[in-house]
Design a protein around this ligand. Structure first.
Ligand code: PLP
Length: 384
């Protein structure tokens, strides 16, 4: 674990050393944004630091209400409910709306918080489909339909990440919607890495594919591109009202912190009127990815700023992280159990804060460390 002696900006200080930061999820630089900081300070002055109650009792501040209204406008849904993390937001959906007798169909590469949420809801009938393979999803839906013959009341939920955090690829949501429609299944999308990144103004994957209204549960995090902390579920008014009256995470866990809530309102307001951060994020991402590809690196099949550099071998990958750090660059190495054995990689996270020269510097150094072709495995590892 690296200990930061600074905020997660373009540069970070680690072990008293100023380094270029390519590992935070601070896609748009909001974590240190002056407007957000000012809003948080003002909120502290006015309301203090803590809420000291769950939302359902006396923990709901007027700021929470404003954030939820702003968020539902941003997401183009009827309503939205915020909780203290994205992890918790996944728990909210599975535990509140599904019983052990319902059927959940989940992409094999879904985030750990989705897997845990399915476990928490004690779902008895869980089908895992091959990552983003619609034939595999269809097979699971057919199995679900067969099961419904004996349990006609069982609901069917398809759940997927929007953007897959280790590879940066995007769920084939239009195809999922079509299949869900023919099999009368509901859909939940966890768009943690798509919020603030994909779609118009960063509205996320649903906007990216123009699928507003076609997704039952839109889960997101406020801790990545939004730069603060928290999670949310956006959807119909019925869904939001049910969460506010029934979700255990809403009834039995403290409200989102006051300064966080105030800062988040500003983040979303800025996103809705100003695309400069998002445009810079994407141009930096393309610049980085083009250069890495030209240099011969395997960056997988990313369609987002998340940029894996496949090194396959775990020791090689950990060593690469160290050598980069010696060169004052911080990048995360991703190894088992985050990815399967033999699929180790560096995960480079460009942001709107970086300059083209930062990226040039990174690429120059990584090229010096590796001659890309010498790190191809003899046989591509299989996903587990
Ligand atoms: C990061 C992430 C989460 C967790 O969000 P937190 O707000 O950090 O709890 C959930 N789902 C996915 C897909 C993520 O990438």
């Amino acid at each position: 674990m690296k200990i930061l002696q600074s905020g997660p900006g373009r540069h970070i200080i680690v072990q008293n050393k100023k380094c270029l930061n390519f590992c935070s999820n601070n896609y748009l630089g909001f974590a240190q944004d002056a407007v957000l900081k000012k809003a948080a300070k003002q909120a502290i002055t006015q309301y203090g630091v803590g809420t000291t109650s769950v939302r359902a009792l006396i923990g709901t501040n007027t700021l929470h209400q404003t954030l939820e209204k702003t968020l539902s406008r941003f997401k183009n849904t009827q309503d939205a409910v915020v909780v203290t993390s994205g992890y918790l937001a996944n728990m909210v959906v599975l535990q509140t709306f599904f019983t052990p007798n319902d059927i959940v169909i989940s992409d094999e590469l879904n985030h750990a918080s989705i897997i845990d949420a399915i476990r928490l809801a004690q779902i008895k009938h869980k089908y895992i489909f091959k990552h983003a393979i619609m034939k595999s999803l269809k097979k699971a839906l057919q199995q679900a339909r067969a099961l419904q013959k004996t349990q006609p009341d069982a609901k069917v939920l398809i759940v997927t990440d929007g953007v897959f955090s280790m590879d940066g690829d995007i769920a084939p949501l239009p195809d999922i919607v079509q299949l869900a429609h023919s099999y009368k299944a509901q859909i939940m999308v966890d768009d943690a890495h798509g919020e603030g990144v994909l779609g118009k103004h960063g509205r996320g994957i649903v906007d990216h594919f123009s699928l507003h209204g076609a997704i039952d549960f839109e889960v997101g995090t406020l801790s990545k591109a939004f730069g603060v902390n928290g999670g949310f579920v956006a959807g119909s008014k019925h869904i939001a009202d049910t969460i506010r009256t029934k979700a255990r995470q809403f009834l039995f866990s403290n409200a989102l912190a006051i300064p966080d809530t105030a800062a988040l309102i500003k983040a979303i307001e800025i996103l809705m009127i100003d695309d400069t951060r998002i445009n810079t994020l994407w141009s930096n991402s393309h610049y980085l990815q083009d250069q890495l590809k030209t240099a011969g690196f395997d960056i997988g099949h990313t369609h987002t700023p998340i940029t894996p550099i496949m090194l396959y071998d775990e020791e090689v990958t950990k060593k690469a992280e160290l050598v980069l750090f010696r060169n004052n660059i911080v990048v995360s190495s991703i190894i088992f159990p985050m990815v399967p054995h033999g699929a180790a990689r560096l995960r480079v996270m460009p942001s709107s804060l970086h300059t083209k020269r930062d990226i040039d510097l990174f690429v120059t150094i990584i090229k010096k460390i590796f001659r890309p072709s010498s790190h191809r495995p003899k046989q591509q590892s299989q996903r587990v």
